[in-house]
Ligand binder design. Structure first.
Ligand SMILES: [Zn+2]
Length: 250
């Protein structure tokens, strides 16, 4: 059973984040709820899991556009010419104005971000490299160009928090030179980075309203996959789709 851990009503769109099902019978590879092609996952299990998410969210999995992420800042624009369901290779963000085209981001500690504007939606995958490299500014610029005038909204999915994302002090300090305030401390008192807080600040600084409280920390909450806690075990999926019917005011 795939659990939808969080759903978001964005102005002009809908979004969801999946989680991990601890009550399911453990499977040897990937773990129940894994929505990603990680490790030698059985393709039939993955297809079944994706069908279940599609049924729960009322989306058509043949229209999902999943990012094939590379920790960069390039943004794909999905227009009507892009075949439905085409994987978006080599990008960490995407935007679309086409109703019914579902954009999907996979993460297991990096920050998955869903975005929406008056006439378009977007997704971004913001890990350390993306946050420092400007993927948030890039996706907001692309979304604004497509969405037209009006407010933009975003919601952050589950990601590793500053509470647990331990890094060497030199890395924390270097990151702080690029993104002031990204440095933090773990609950056990060592240097860390707080990616969700940094992403929220970046979005707010770009005039994007961030909806809701911070999502749980993937490392500390076993109901999520965490690459750092359990490398390669699986990833969460974040999906966003533009409403098919009319323009929705914020
Ligand atoms: Zn934590």
């Amino acid at each position: 059973m795939i659990r939808i851990q969080r759903s978001a009503a964005l102005a002009g769109g809908r979004g969801w984040f999946t989680g991990r099902d601890l009550e399911a019978t453990p499977v040897p590879i990937g773990g129940e709820g894994n929505l990603a092609h990680r490790r030698p996952h059985r393709p039939s299990d993955l297809a079944a899991a994706r069908r279940e998410v599609a049924a729960t969210t009322g989306t058509d999995p043949t229209t999902w556009h999943l990012l094939h992420q590379v920790h960069g800042r390039d943004v794909a624009v999905v227009d009507a010419e892009v075949p439905p369901g085409k994987e978006l290779r080599g990008v960490d963000a995407a935007v679309t104005a086409v109703p019914g085209r579902v954009l999907g981001v996979q993460a297991a500690d990096c920050v998955p971000v869903l975005l929406s504007g008056p006439r378009a939606v977007g997704v971004a995958h913001a890990g350390r490299a993306g946050v420092l490299g400007g993927v948030i500014a890039a996706v907001v610029e692309a979304l604004r160009a497509l969405a037209g005038p009006g407010p933009l909204q975003a919601v952050l999915g589950p990601a590793i928090g500053g509470c647990c994302y331990e890094v060497p002090a030199t890395l924390r300090d270097a990151a702080g030179e690029v993104v002031p305030g990204i440095g933090s401390r773990t609950t056990w008192g060592t240097p860390s980075l707080d990616l969700p807080a940094a992403v929220r600040r970046q979005l707010a600084g770009l005039g994007v309203e961030v909806l809701g409280p911070s999502a749980p920390c993937t490392y500390g909450d076993p109901t999520y996959f965490s690459h750092r806690r359990d490398p390669g075990s699986g990833r969460q999926l974040g999906l966003v789709v533009r409403d098919a019917h009319g323009e929705v005011a914020a």
